[in-house]
Design a protein around this ligand. Structure first.
Ligand code: ZN
Ligand code: FE
Length: 256
């Protein structure tokens, strides 16, 4: 049996751990300390790290963890990522013996060009591609690139657990309400997630079904988001990538 755990790191990161009671795999352990403390407390051996992209808040644990556990480090093929033992691209898969797990690798560029996501055992480890009710900033990619990545994610089953790398959900909900304030599922999510945060619980993992219903960045094919984008861009009939780009631009403006 596999257990899925989120470990808080830094101010708002999550390190995701999947373990079988003896062996563990960790996603994006940017800070090794909380992971080592968890592994020690539960007498788990780390066999592999999965990295989604090159940012330091995701890769900062690689060298320490590899030295301590002699674990494999699976990551996108980017020389900026330290300690990598297995270089991946979209279409690849990762199979481990202990824990016995298998992940498909999706190319999900947009936040960065090297960004990949891992899908396995009902979980999506999407790094900084999808956040609860939000998505990553486009530091390197284009709106069309990110929209294509999100379209790939939209093909996954509704029950998929969406395991994001940051706890940004409440502020993302605040933004989502500015463009879809009459969405009852969004308002219900706000109620649930505010209660969780008040008790210092993570709002994640969410489900793909919940994101499809409430996350404006996954709703760029929907008529209400298309209407929002047309008004924002001041031209009729924007295409899906343009709708996504308009929502992303509006969020960037709102963040400033
Ligand atoms: Zn990042
Ligand atoms: Fe990050």
């Amino acid at each position: 049996m596999l257990t899925l755990i989120s470990l808080p790191a830094f101010d708002d990161n999550y390190i995701w751990v999947l373990h079988d009671g003896r062996h563990a795999v960790a996603v994006d352990p940017g800070d090794p300390a909380p992971l080592i403390a968890f592994l020690d407390a539960h007498q788990l051996k780390l066999t592999a790290v999965l990295i989604t992209h090159h940012h330091r808040d995701h890769t900062g644990g690689n060298l320490v963890l590899r030295q301590r556990y002699n674990c494999a480090i699976h990551a996108p093929d980017n020389p900026r990522i330290p300690g990598v033992t297995h270089r991946l691209c979209g279409g690849d898969s990762v199979s481990l013996a202990e824990p016995a797990v298998h992940f498909d690798v999706l190319a999900t560029p947009g936040h960065t060009l090297d960004h990949i996501s891992y899908v396995g055992h009902g979980n999506l480890f999407c790094g900084d591609t999808v956040f609860g009710c939000g998505c990553g900033k486009l530091f390197e990619g284009t709106p069309a690139m990110m929209a294509a990545s999100l379209d790939t994610i939209l093909t996954l089953p509704d029950a998929t657990r969406v395991c994001c790398a940051h706890e940004y959900t409440l502020s993302n909900i605040d933004f989502a309400k500015t463009i879809a304030g009459d969405n009852p599922k969004l308002l219900a999510r706000e109620h649930t997630d505010r209660n969780l945060r008040a008790q210092r619980q993570p709002t994640l993992p969410s489900t793909l079904a919940l994101e499809k219903a409430t996350n404006p960045f996954l709703r760029f094919h929907e008529p209400d988001m298309t209407a929002f984008a047309a008004a924002y861009l001041k031209r009729p009939n924007p295409g899906p990538a343009e709708v996504f780009g308009a929502i992303r631009a509006a969020k960037d403006e709102w963040d400033r």
